[in-house]
Design a protein around this ligand. Sequence first.
Ligand SMILES: Nc1ncnc2c1ncn2[C@@H]1O[C@H](COP(=O)(O)OP(=O)(O)OP(=O)(O)O)[C@@H](O)[C@H]1O
Length: 309
Amino acid sequence: MGTPTGNAIDIVSLTKRYGRTVGVEDLGISVAEGEVFGFLGPNGAGKTTTMRCLVGLLRPTEGSVRVLGRDPVTEHLSLAPYLGYLPGELRLYPELTGRETLRLLATLQGAPAPRQEELCARLELTGADLDRTVREYSRGMKQKLGLVQALQHEPELVVLDEPTEGLDPLVQETFYALLAELGRSGRTVLLSSHVLPEVQRTCRRVAIVRAGRLVTTATVAALREARARKVRLTFADGLGRRPLGAADHWSPDWHGDQAVLMIPPDRTVAALRELLALPVRDVTVEEAGLDEAFLDLYRSTAPAQEPPR
Ligand SMILES: Nc1ncnc2c1ncn2[C@@H]1O[C@H](COP(=O)(O)OP(=O)(O)OP(=O)(O)O)[C@@H](O)[C@H]1O
C-alpha cells in the first residue's frame, strides 16, 4: 500500500493527555515503509500511549497520526486488514479456545488468515493447545497466540508492544527469525522494547522517548558511534597511579598499573597521541556498548541532540 509520503507511520506534534496526566507531548516520528523500527524508553515514557494512538484505540488530544496514509481513528475499519497489533497487555476471552480466539480476531481484522497454521507451528502452539480454552493458557502461550494473531493476515504494518515478554529463549529465537523475514519481505515493523540487545539486533533505527517526549531518533550505528571510547592503558613499571596530563580530565579509573578512561569520540585520537608518549606497555580502545549508550540517554535530564548519522 504505497503512501503519499513513502512513510508507513507519520506522527506529527502528537499530544495525548489522560485528564491532567500527560501520556505523550509534542511527539514527532516518521517510519518509512519497509523499516524495522525500535521504540525505546523507560517505564511510563509514553510508548504504549503512542502505539495505541497508531492503532486507533486512542484519539490524540492534539496533533496528527497517519498510518499507511490513513487516520487510524476514523478509518479504523479500512485499515484493519493491513495492520497487525500485539498489545503489551493482551486481553483475551478466557472461555474461548485458542483456535476460536484466532478466528474471532481474524474476523475483526476483516481479512483471511493465510499464515495462521504456519505461525502456530513455528511458535509451537500445537493442535491440542489450540483446542484448550485461553483460561488454561500460560503467559507464554498467550503471548504466542498474540503474535500469531498480529501476523496471521500478513499485514503491511506490524505494531508490537514488548513482543518477547514471557517467551522462552527458544521461542524468542523463532520470533527474531520471523521479524527478519518481515523486514526482508518489505513489511514495516514498529517494536517497543526494554531489551536493548533485542533492538540492537533487529532494528536499524530507533526513537527514544522519556517522560512523554522524544529524546532522539537515530540509527543504532550512530548512537553507538556517538558514545565514548573506553581506553585501557597498561603501564609496566610498577608505579601504579600517576599523572596522565590533560587526560586526567577524563577521570581515569585505576586498577594497579592499569587506567581506564571514557573519552568522547572526537577527542580520542588527540588524547591517545599524548598518552602513548608515556611508558605504556599495552593499549586497547573499545566502543561503549549500545546498552551504555541507552542508559546514558535514559539517565540524562536534558533532551539530547540527534547524533550524526
Ligand atoms: N489510561 C490511563 N489513564 C491515566 N494515565 C495513563 C493511562 N495510560 C497511561 N497513562 C500515563 O501516561 C504515561 C505514559 O504511559 P505509557 O503506558 O504510554 O508508557 P510506556 O512507555 O508504555 O511505559 P511501560 O514501559 O511501563 O509500559 C504514564 O505517566 C502513565 O501513567
